[in-house]
Write a protein that binds this ligand. Sequence first.
Ligand SMILES: [Zn+2]
Length: 272
Amino acid sequence: MIKDLYPFIQAYSLIIGLAVGSFLNVIIYRLPNNKSIVKPRSKCTGCDSQIAWFDNIPVLSYIILLGKCRNCKAPISIRYPLIELICGLMTLMLLSIYGLSFEFIVIVLLCYMLIAITFIDIDYFIIPNGFIIFGLAISIISHFFGLLSISISQGIYGILAFGGTLFIMGAIGSWAFKKEALGFGDVKLGLVLGSFLGTELSLLALFLSFIFAAMMSIILLLAKEVGEDHMIPFGPSIAAGTLLTILTKTVGGGNHIINWYFTNMWTVEYLF
Ligand SMILES: [Zn+2]
């Protein structure tokens, strides 16, 4: 019965994901500016005209309008349909990993949050406290009702591994460089994420975050986008590392990257 419905559930998840992506665009644009995220209706930033519902359909409207405002032909940022597409496809991927379950709903909410944090941190260098509180709330609720595949104690070890490591690094960094090396927002985000991941996946997510951060720094320095004294936000790298960790979860509860590491790095051929 549920198998026959699966294509419909997939289509529904994709549509929900696209719609949430559209809502995240509003949050990313309005939340850091202390604007209401409910009212008023979206307007064109070029000509201030209200955007009709039929011009606000995720991804599709952007294609139909050829990326320009219907009224004033001002270009619409490619970021809007991109975020919608990322959310839609990510929701589909998470459905295939977690199946239709409470854990799927919890993890999908967490991932939406990470996407919003990524773009807000890129734009404004902040991780708004609202997200930390939101993450904390779904963490407590899901642990209380046992919705996650990890136990409460694993969650606590994850908090120590993820948030603890970031805190220590931040402390050492600010002592060594005599300035804030890692924002406290990053540490708080690490604490929240650790509670969802447990120790092993927290360490993987951290490791991947550092790789993303290093790649981003090199690209930005080469592109001369930052001077040497300028800061590069770490939040997007933490989000990317965590998303990659979650999206490489095996159906059995393990992780493809960890499995790959242990099968390829520790075989006899490599040691001798
Ligand atoms: Zn316009």
